[in-house]
Ligand binder design. Structure first.
Ligand SMILES: CC(C)(COP(=O)(O)OP(=O)(O)OC[C@H]1O[C@@H](n2cnc3c(N)ncnc32)[C@H](O)[C@@H]1OP(=O)(O)O)[C@@H](O)C(=O)NCCC(=O)NCCS
Length: 194
């Protein structure tokens, strides 16, 4: 349905307030501190149990350009170039035109200002109008209402839950599954421009 290396020419995506640059050895430097020493609330909201060393983050970032089956970006704020987070299309299912999406701002101080939602809008525009995907899906934990609002604003539709998918601080939490299909994105795009 789409080539297995569909993300080979991963572009810079530019919006009004943020610019998304592909992750590589240079741009990945922006992520080192945030990944090695994460904001505890961002860690909880993303359900990130694993810890990473500086070496692991640098090796991961440097190897991104070799991977044409996923697309990772740093999110840079236009006004001052500060890196506010990162996002990615991953788990490409080329035969069926599907991929998963993830996004996280680095610090809760950056949330609530539309940066993450704009990043998602930019990635969906690329995913459907350039890469030619049919479906983009994500998981978000049941307790993360703000993220669910952001995703709904970008056009994602709730499609179900994985029960007890996260064990965090002694409690189980469901993962809410959301997706957006190519024709839904086309309708949204037409409504926005009309
Ligand atoms: C989820 C995320 C990417 C959304 O990006 P964002 O730029 O913060 O989104 P927005 O500013 O458009 O906010 C979306 C909604 O959440 C609310 N919100 C977001 N952060 C908030 C905060 N810190 N305090 C209060 N409300 C907040 C906004 O007011 C908005 O609600 P509204 O639709 O009622 O106006 C970002 O908040 C984030 O990275 N959070 C931490 C990590 C995370 O949750 N990642 C997603 C894992 S699935």
């Amino acid at each position: 349905m789409v080539p297995a290396d569909v993300f080979r020419d991963q572009p810079v995506l530019t919006g009004d307030r943020v610019r998304l640059e592909p992750v590589d050895a240079r741009t990945g430097e922006h992520l080192v501190r945030a990944v090695v020493d994460p904001d505890p609330e961002v860690r909880r909201l993303t359900g990130t149990h694993r810890r990473f060393t500086e070496e692991e983050v640098r090796a991961w970032a440097a190897s991104r350009p070799e991977h044409a089956d996923r697309a990772d970006w740093v999110i840079l704020r236009n006004e001052d170039g500060v890196c506010v987070g990162d996002c990615a299309l991953l788990d490409l299912d080329a035969d069926n035109g599907g991929a998963d999406y993830r996004v996280a701002l680095n610090d809760m101080a950056f949330t609530g200002q539309g940066y993450g939602t704009e990043a998602t809008d930019l990635v969906l525009e690329y995913a459907f109008t350039v890469a030619g995907l049919h479906r983009v899906a994500l998981q978000v934990f049941d307790f993360n209402g703000n993220a669910q609002k952001s995703y709904e604003r970008s056009g994602f539709v709730r499609e179900g839950v994985w029960r007890d998918h996260l064990y965090w601080d002694g409690a189980w939490h469901d993962a809410v599954l959301m997706s957006i299909l190519a024709h839904e994105y086309a309708d949204l795009r037409a409504a926005r421009s009309g």
